[in-house]
Design a binder for this molecule. Structure first.
Ligand SMILES: Cc1cc2nc3c(=O)[nH]c(=O)nc-3n(C[C@H](O)[C@H](O)[C@H](O)COP(=O)(O)O)c2cc1C
Length: 388
């Protein structure tokens, strides 16, 4: 074990936020030098040969931005609103599991950085900190990400807790009937280290950490050494559109379906009662071979707008710059979600590291608006990608 690994595990990691990062790739490089092999493999890996993971990153750059000239952009606003919440920038923190693998303060550090920046945090149902404690640590809006697993009572309890804790919405992840085959997790032997657990499910629902509820069905992704072995019971291969309708009836909170890449699925989601969709392929961690989200977004956003102009469209996967955010909005998204960069920030500097990541991207959104000739986000329209 390296000294850094020992520090992380003892909860005494010396943070590295004195470093001046120029972009999110710098933060990633610094994080890679600090994380132990298992955590780095879990955070950075995708499924299979990682084609979708790579495509997520490259596809944004293939969209040229046809910038406007001689526009007065002296006064700019990056503000918007999503699900009735005012956002300083069109950015949310995507749900990612187990933040305490990156830093002893885990999700609390992320939540505090979101508070500083006013950026909403989508909390993974597989977080390593209790939902209530995360909500108490931030003044920014919080959404709960859900999987519907084998035991419906667990989902119901979690939704009730989200309502009580003041969450403003739910994201139901729909790309995970079983866990994807992540080779890096298998090679490094993914497991939950002592003292780190999916506490929202285990501590409050009375489940056992490795095997879940007695009688939970095994799936064929189990037994290969990866997340399917450790957390296979947290998802269910028999979840359907009826279950989405059930969830939308269960809670007054707006429900977004996360993991949609097809226009027909987006239409079905709205018909089942969803308030919108998150165009996502789980950061390339589920089906290897799925489309890059930059390619899926346009058709899905068009289908959603045609069905309900007021519905919400978010996107995540490979967003790494302000220009990527502008591209996503020009394709029809209301806002984007950032996944791995937040984890890199957490690894290099806890709360300050996440704050630095959010500041880097917010500054770059503002810069990209000026350079594309947009004074407000309302000016970010489809003609930036297809000029007349
Ligand atoms: C380490 C890790 C854990 C994740 N955990 C979850 C999760 O618990 N629930 C979920 O819906 N998505 C999860 N995701 C997917 C993210 O929400 C998001 O879709 C993806 O990371 C976006 O791509 P990006 O990392 O390229 O920004 C996870 C992603 C990573 C990298």
């Amino acid at each position: 074990m390296s000294d850094v690994d020992a520090d992380r595990r003892s909860g005494a990691a010396s943070d590295d936020t004195a470093a001046q990062f120029v972009d999110l790739h710098d933060v990633e490089a610094a994080a890679a030098g600090r994380l132990d092999e298992m955590t780095l493999g879990y955070y950075s890996g995708g499924a299979g040969e990682e084609r979708t993971l790579r495509a997520n990153l490259t596809a944004w750059g293939e969209l040229d931005l046809w910038y406007r000239t001689l526009v007065d952009v002296a006064h700019r606003s990056t503000a918007t609103s999503v699900l009735g919440c005012d956002l300083p920038v069109p950015i949310l923190v995507a749900p990612t599991a187990l933040h305490r693998l990156a830093h002893p303060d885990g999700e609390l550090a992320t939540a505090r950085a979101c508070s500083q920046a006013g950026v909403p945090m989508v909390v993974s149902s597989l977080s390593s900190t209790l939902l209530e404690d995360i909500c108490a640590a931030t003044t920014a809006p919080v959404l709960l990400q859900l999987y519907i697993g084998a035991h419906r009572a667990v989902t119901e309890a979690l939704v009730a807790r989200a309502e009580a804790a003041g969450c403003v919405g739910v994201q139901l992840t729909v790309d995970t009937p079983i866990w994807g085959d992540r080779h890096r997790e298998r090679r490094t032997g993914f497991h939950l280290p002592d003292g780190i657990d999916v506490v929202n499910l285990t501590r409050h629902a009375g489940l056992t950490r490795q095997s879940g509820p007695a009688g939970a069905p095994a799936d064929r992704s189990s037994g290969t050494g990866g997340i399917g072995d450790v957390l296979g019971w947290t998802v269910s291969p028999s979840v359907t559109w009826d279950d989405l309708a059930w969830l939308c009836d269960l809670t007054p909170l707006p429900v977004l379906t996360k993991g949609v890449v097809r226009p027909d699925d987006a239409r079905r989601a709205l018909a089942a009662g969803a308030a919108g969709v998150v165009v996502s392929n789980h950061g390339g961690r589920q089906l290897d071979g799925g489309p890059a989200t930059a390619r899926a977004l346009g058709p899905v956003a068009a289908a959603v707008r045609a069905a309900d102009p007021a519905a919400t469209v978010l996107v995540d996967g490979g967003v790494r710059s302000g220009a990527d955010v502008i591209r996503a909005l020009a394709l029809g998204a209301d806002a984007v979600q950032l996944g791995r960069p937040v984890l890199w920030g957490l690894a290099v500097g806890g709360q300050d590291g996440v704050a630095q990541v959010l500041d880097l991207i917010a500054t770059d959104v503002d810069r990209s608006m000026a350079l594309t000739g947009c004074a407000s986000l309302g000016d970010v329209t489809a003609d930036l990608l297809h000029p007349g």
